[in-house]
Design a protein around this ligand. Structure first.
Ligand code: COA
Length: 298
């Protein structure tokens, strides 16, 4: 159960954020928390009904919000949604690239078009939104301080740090997203004072992603992993708030992992008790055998 926000309610006061994939899941929670902390939010998604429901929920919280229909795969949609955001709110300070596509498939069952579809949404879509948003985000004069330009936040994953079963397409797509984050942080950070960061969430309960990747029917396969517990959408939104606020003014080019340490985990191959019992014996044995080792003739 998420607790209240530890941040002051005005940390994003006066800011305008556009959140792709903002109609549901992590994107909607980021929109909500940005709004509760003073920002006006435009949310972008493909489905009108989802957007309408999300905007109604946001406005219920007293948040200034609009829903804009569009597909990040289409450059003309990206440009139109950005223009509409500016027309409505007069400015853009934060772009969150949360739109993503996912499904489980082994490589032998994933056509090149299936692979390309996810790359198109996650990687090319992220780049397209950044590309079209640049003219609105580059406000300040270069070198005039860290908060003169806007912020880009790319939602990524940890799948590609190692390898993930049945997600070759998403792993490749998110690796590209992380690379885009670093490259833009370097180039646009230097030239326009725009900070570009990412968040790599672990498994977050109650999201469309988890319903696709860990549906009820497949649950047993997941629960034998150490550290495997769900995070909350709130956890990701708090990380986003930190990065979007002045508290994160010196953070650029990083992708913050918010997964409770899950990506580091792998099964324990020997118990703590066994280690305690055997470790010194093994040490002792190896020292003794070192003493009696005939010296090398080499
Ligand atoms: N297994 C294998 N291949 C699949 C698949 C699955 N479960 N689902 C889709 N594909 C393939 C299709 O067969 C097609 O390839 P083909 O033309 O060679 O047959 C390709 O992917 C595109 O599918 P299509 O249904 O036309 O794409 P779409 O643009 O309508 O939808 C998806 C895109 C597939 C990514 C869809 O899941 C989506 O819209 N996702 C957005 C929401 C989401 O995933 N949220 C979770 C975020 S973590």
């Amino acid at each position: 159960m998420a607790i209240g926000s530890p941040f002051k309610a005005d940390i994003l006061k006066g800011k305008v954020a556009l959140i792709t994939g903002g109609g549901s899941g992590i994107g909607l929670e980021i929109s909500t928390q940005f709004g509760k902390h003073g920002a006006a939010v435009a949310i972008m998604g493909r489905r009108r009904q989802v957007l309408d429901a999300a905007v109604a929920a946001l406005r219920q919280e007293g948040i200034r919000a609009i829903g804009l229909e569009g597909d990040v795969r289409k450059r003309e949609d990206a440009a139109r949604v950005l223009e509409a955001t500016i027309k409505h709110f007069g400015r853009l300070d934060i772009l969150v690239n949360g739109a993503a596509g996912n499904f489980l498939a082994s490589p032998e069952d994933l056509s090149p078009n299936g692979f390309r579809t996810v790359i198109d949404i996650d990687s090319v879509g992220t780049y397209t939104m950044c590309y079209e948003a640049l003219k609105y985000l580059k406000k300040g004069e270069p070198g005039k301080g860290p908060s003169t330009g806007g912020l880009i936040l790319n939602i990524s994953a940890t799948l590609h740090y190692t390898a993930a079963w049945y997600q070759i397409h998403v792993s490749a797509a998110k690796a590209a997203v992380d690379s885009i984050t670093r490259s833009l942080a370097l180039e646009w950070g230097t030239d326009y004072d725009i900070r570009v960061n990412g968040i790599a969430p672990g498994p977050i309960e109650g999201t469309p992603g988890m319903r696709k990747l860990a549906p009820e029917e497949m649950k047993s396969a997941h629960y034998d992993r150490p550290l495997y517990r769900f995070g909350e959408k709130w956890d990701i939104a708090m990380a986003a708030l930190y990065l979007a606020s002045d508290a994160g003014k010196y953070v650029n080019g990083t992708t913050m992992v918010v997964d409770g340490g899950l990506w580091l985990s792998h099964p324990r191959h020997i118990s703590k008790e066994e280690v305690k019992e055997l470790s010194r014996q093994v040490e002792k044995k190896s020292r003794t055998s070192d003493v009696h080792q005939p010296s090398s003739k080499l």
